[in-house]
Design a protein around this ligand. Structure first.
Ligand code: CA
Length: 229
């Protein structure tokens, strides 16, 4: 029997498959989170990490391999890949990129459940380290929500922490204003760049980061922000 508290995230753009998997998982006592897009799935992994990710490789916004690589940059969460493409190379690529197992569509629900149970058991045996990022002068523990600058703890508000989490998970990748606004404030705030400027200002101040000579947060003029790595 499963532990009722185990949460699984399904990242899949096809509503019917999402629904089918959700109903089957819930019948087994799992909690289910859903994401239709890859970016949305990655944001969920950051905001409320599940115990396992079921990932469709063919997503409209993000290549499945990119999803795996980006998640693996900071997380050891088990990833079970759903692949329609029967090609061996693709499965090998997914495993190489860091996926733990795969099921080929169309799949039987019994097979999917069995694979999930195996992955969750393995995960249980392994002491999962909390996702930590360490950069020169900056340490961020995503699960414990701890931030240290030069060894001293820094206390952040919920939104400041959400912004910093996005930046560190991006590992130096540029995050657009729209994306940060969407992920920190939610849909419908994409235009509110003044909120973001204020939040970045507050976060910089708490991190002791001088915007004229930034150590941590770089402004990408007219586009967004990225972490200095
Ligand atoms: Ca798909």
């Amino acid at each position: 029997m499963t532990t009722p508290a185990e949460t699984l995230l399904i990242v899949e753009d096809e509503a019917q498959i999402r629904k089918f998997v959700r109903i089957s998982l819930e019948a087994q006592g799992y909690q289910v989170l859903e994401a239709r897009l890859g970016e949305e799935g990655l944001a969920t992994c950051l905001a409320s990490p599940p115990h396992l990710v079921i990932l469709d490789l063919g997503l409209p916004d993000l290549d499945g391999m990119d999803f795996i690589r980006r998640l693996r940059a900071w997380s050891t969460l088990p990833i079970l890949v759903l692949s329609v493409r029967a090609s061996e190379t693709e499965k090998i690529q997914a495993l190489d990129a860091g996926a733990n197992d795969y099921v080929t569509k169309p799949f039987g629900i019994g097979e999917l459940m069995a694979r999930i149970r195996v992955l969750l058991r393995k995960e249980e045996r392994r002491a999962t380290p909390s996702p930590q990022f360490t950069f020169p002068g900056l340490r961020v523990d995503l699960a414990r929500r701890e931030v240290e600058v030069d060894g001293s703890p820094v206390s952040l508000s919920r939104k400041e922490f959400a912004l910093l989490s996005l930046l560190v998970a991006g590992q130096g990748q540029v995050l657009t204003h729209e994306r940060i606004l969407r992920e920190v404030w939610g849909a419908g705030h994409q235009e509110d760049t003044h909120y973001l400027r204020v939040l970045v200002g507050n976060l910089r101040q708490k991190l002791g980061d001088d915007p004229m000579r930034p150590r941590f947060i770089l402004t990408v003029q007219g586009v967004g922000y990225r972490l200095a790595v």
